[in-house]
Design a protein around this ligand. Sequence first.
Ligand SMILES: Cc1ncc(COP(=O)(O)O)c(C=O)c1O
Length: 391
Amino acid sequence: MTHKTDTRLSHAGNKPEANFGIVNPPVYHASTILFPTVAAMEEGSKNKLDSVYYGRFGTPTTHAFEEAVAELEGGYRCVSYPSGLAAVTGVLLAFLKAGDHILMVDSVYFPTRKFCDGFLKRFGVKTTYYDPMVGAGIAELIRPETKIVFVESPGSLTFEVQDIPAITEAAHDKGCIVVMDNTWSAGYFFKPFEHGVDVSVQAATKFLVGHSDAMLGTAVCTKETFEPVKWTALDLGYCAGPDDCYLGLRGMRTLGTRLRRHQKSGMRLAEWLAGRPEVARVMHPAMPGAATHDLWKRDFTGACGLFGVVLKEGPSKKALAAMLDGFEIFGMGFSWGGYESLMIPTDPGHIRTASSWPDKGPCLRIHTGLEDVDDLIDDLKGGFERLNSSD
Ligand SMILES: Cc1ncc(COP(=O)(O)O)c(C=O)c1O
């Protein structure tokens, strides 16, 4: 019997029969693993990726978390990392060498961009940024030395959904692999391997952990991409801590329930905001009329509560600060995906190099938490009163 995602999330990675019937896997703290004989040590050495060999290679806690994430995203195996950014950089380094070229989406998470423009450039890898709306047109940008097409959908801050099937088809035709930052969908609302992605990265810090209390990254791989990704993580000395993997796995048990609530409240806020006179447009792919709504509808099964708002031109910096500083519920902080609502000012126009940004008004990024949505709307109303009454 094939079980649905929520059923699988309730059990993935758990092995009570191996742990005295205890439901959750224990947290193994380990560096040294003892071998009873030289023969066992030699055997362990041959089988490093599939056994408990040395702390850095992972413990049963790490393996339980990785097994669950691979199952969630529908990939072959998962590699865990000490942060989402470590997962992004570790995966890029697995496939690149001096002289290579990477195609990077212009709406990518800023630290990924910084890694390309600084670190990769220093090691002789060139990056070209491309318009998130490129679709099959990516084929024209692929050079003989292009190794990776990197996608992040929807894009950070601006939330354009990319045409992933068209991009993966064009990339594979020209011998490139496609790496995706799939954090927004949490691997729950978008199934990367059904759309041709070769490695799906998540900042598990966000929705998988879900409680704003641990840093964690994941890379789910195909059979072909797993070994290079895993060995590169080992070469770089990346390993996720057992307590954090435990928190990641615990967060996954309630992922579906939390995401549905984030989605419902997020849609309410987005619709309410779209009706405000101060708002120029709402950047939420699940809103009919949004630029890439059709792609979202075709490829995604839902939406988290993270979206953007463009305000009409006019408010001063002081007025915007009065709005943001005075919220009772919305906090100002970067790491989204937790239970608490957040709002920060953003400036997408200053980051892009391959696509233009038409809007002149200030932008906001909202993470809709699990609070009562009517309270959130009251908090937003107060924010607009402060915006309008400040000179
Ligand atoms: C889309 C995206 N990818 C990656 C990261 C990096 O994750 P971490 O903060 O766990 O390093 C973030 C963090 O905000 C993110 O928003």
